[in-house]
Design a protein around this ligand. Structure first.
Ligand SMILES: CC(=O)N[C@H]1[C@@H](OP(=O)(O)OP(=O)(O)OC[C@H]2O[C@@H](n3ccc(=O)[nH]c3=O)[C@H](O)[C@@H]2O)O[C@H](CO)[C@@H](O)[C@@H]1O[C@H](C)C(=O)N[C@@H](C)C(=O)N[C@H](CCC(=O)O)C(=O)O
Ligand SMILES: Nc1ncnc2c1ncn2[C@@H]1O[C@H](COP(=O)(O)OP(=O)(O)OP(=O)(O)O)[C@@H](O)[C@H]1O
Length: 504
């Protein structure tokens, strides 16, 4: 109760006749309640869930209002249940964050890739004692059963602190986690402080029903990482850099803010950054970047010199720089970083497959303007005179602005577009494809609509000739399709492509 009062969250506590002495479980899902559970009523909650929680043994509930269904239980009425849940969750699991060096990563694009880079290097440095909470998977320990698939980029607070506590129990000393703007908006990470926060970039995305009402709200939520970190690393080339840097300066002294930018970028002439980097070699599969430090605090990290990045794409160099600086700040030497960075691969991000009789196939997660544009313009530079064939769809029920963005990126860079399904959810995939198509310049790009994704993948590869590039965008290694509102198993773009390539 003290914790809630300190944060001005407690409105009232109504104790049951026999108030609980202790709790052995906390949950926000009535189906998971057991004896002596503290139950949280949040989100699209239905009062009947409280009946179920009570039947299963819950002894108290936390909620923004009192429910008749909660009669007989201790009721803890709070101003904001999500905030209360995060604080009480951390306390229930013994404040596991205090025993981990936590690196939080935010940005519209590159969170997962940067998290994998940082994790790969920190895990090697700590002999397997770095945990990872990413969009793809969560790693809470070194054993295979301590690695599982994620459902959200940043878990609900109770799950977050549960998994952190597991990581501590499994001997982990470091945690690298992606922090989505939704996590801040929904207070999944309320009260959590990061040892290090990385801000990669921001561009319009995640605006709409169930997400952010405006871009300003999206930016404000992302900036919370800077306000809750002890040290921050910021990509100075990000759009809205002045606001982002301003948010960092609002809560941190300059000594705790590390800025990086590409050499000769506009911002590198306007602002004193701590690190500049330049590409010294790049091809279709890898690149080399060279870092130079330009401040005392930058020089102290001793990371000047060349690094190999074995995931293609110039934007992955930016992601790698953030990971290199962050690793150095956690005590990893430049030699170790140089050794382990090239070993990192990210499932479903820039995976390259060579065919015998057709083009080179890239499987990537790009699914909005910013990411598809970066990907295609990188590939276009590599093959200025050959055809670039792109397969994409766009998700239903969210990110509506992505449809025009994808059409625009295709018009600017591609020669052929195959429009298909990508989690249409409850929407008609044909209509989504037509919406993307409306934004494609038909004088520049030949368009085909093939709604069955497996057929579309095969068609895209078969259409290509040696020297050309096929991009299968949007799904990475996703093994489900959301069709007609249901999650249906999907072989994955990777498996379909591999099987076809084996045959050809
Ligand atoms: C809008 C939003 O944030 N929704 C999240 C939220 O939903 P919610 O609280 O309304 O939960 P709900 O599923 O409607 O159910 C209401 C409550 O009743 C409970 N319940 C339900 C059934 C029952 O029988 N008994 C019971 O007690 C549920 O456990 C829940 O506590 O809490 C759920 C977990 O408890 C999340 O799964 C869900 O994320 C939805 C699915 C989602 O897609 N969110 C996206 C937008 C998201 O958060 N994405 C970001 C990444 C975006 C980015 O890159 O920026 C992320 O971090 O993943
Ligand atoms: N720094 C970057 N700038 C622009 N595009 C990028 C950057 N890094 C990665 N991408 C593109 O975005 C896609 C998604 O990358 P990644 O999964 O690392 O980002 P994310 O922030 O975790 O994305 P999401 O929020 O969609 O899960 C990649 O497949 C690539 O096409």
């Amino acid at each position: 109760m003290t914790l809630l009062s300190e944060h001005d969250l407690l409105i009232e506590k109504k104790a049951a006749q026999e108030p609980p002495r202790k709790f052995t479980h906390v949950t926000y899902d009535s189906r998971q309640a057991t004896a002596q559970t503290l139950f949280f009523c949040k989100g699209n909650f239905e009062p009947a869930y409280l009946n179920q929680a009570k039947e299963k043994g819950a002894t108290a509930y936390v909620s923004e209002r009192e429910y008749v269904q909660g009669q007989g239980l201790t009721a803890i009425i709070v101003r904001d249940v999500q905030k209360a849940m995060s604080l009480l969750g951390a306390a229930f699991y013994g404040f596991p964050q205090n025993q981990l060096f936590i690196t939080g990563i935010t940005g519209t694009k590159g969170k997962t890739t940067t998290a994998y880079f940082a994790h790969g290097v920190q895990d090697a440095h700590t002999n397997g004692h770095a945990a990872l909470f990413s969009t793809i998977d969560r790693i809470t320990g070194p054993k295979p059963e301590q690695r599982f698939k994620s459902d959200l980029t940043t878990p609900e607070s109770l799950d977050l602190f549960h998994d952190m506590a597991e990581a501590v129990k499994n001997g982990m000393t470091h945690l690298i986690m992606e922090v989505s703007s939704q996590a801040f908006k929904k207070n999944r990470v309320y009260g959590l402080k990061y040892d290090l926060g990385i801000f990669l970039n921001i561009s319009p995305d995640h605006i709409g029903r169930n997400e952010h009402p405006t871009f300003e709200d999206y930016l404000y939520c992302k900036e919370q990482l800077l306000r809750n970190s002890k040290n921050v690393i910021i990509n100075a080339e990000s759009q809205h850099f002045d606001e982002i840097n301003g948010a960092a300066k609002g809560s941190l002294m300059d000594d705790h803010i590390y800025l990086y930018a590409r050499e000769n970028s506009l911002i590198s002439f306007q602002t004193q950054v701590d690190f500049e980097f330049k590409e010294t070699r790049q091809d279709l599969t890898e690149s080399t970047v060279e870092i130079s430090s330009y401040s005392d605090k930058g020089r102290k990290l001793a990371i000047d010199g060349a690094y190999e990045v074995d995931i293609p794409g110039d934007y992955n160099q930016e992601n790698a720089i953030a990971a290199i600086v962050s690793a150095a700040m956690t005590g990893v030497s430049a030699t170790e970083i140089r050794q382990h960075l090239p070993e990192v691969r990210v499932p479903g991000r820039m995976e390259v497959f060579q065919t015998k009789d057709h083009g080179t196939v890239y499987i990537d997660y790009a699914h909005n303007y910013a990411s598809l544009k970066s990907l295609l313009s990188f590939l276009r530079q590599q093959i200025p005179d050959e055809r670039l064939i792109v397969l994409t769809g766009s998700t239903g029920d969210k990110g509506i602005s992505r449809r025009s963005g994808l059409g625009q990126a295709i018009s600017e860079e591609a020669d052929v577009a195959i429009l298909t399904s990508d989690d249409p959810a409850t929407e008609d995939p044909l209509q989504i494809a037509q919406e993307i198509d409306q934004h494609i310049d038909h004088d520049q790009v030949e368009v085909q609509i093939v709604l069955d994704r497996k057929t579309a993948v095969k068609q895209a590869i078969m259409l290509s000739k040696p020297g050309e590039i096929v991009v299968l965008a949007g799904k990475g290694r996703d093994a489900t399709q959301k069709l007609n509102g249901k999650n249906v198993p999907y072989e994955t773009d990777v498996k379909i492509a591999e099987d076809l390539i084996k045959e050809r």
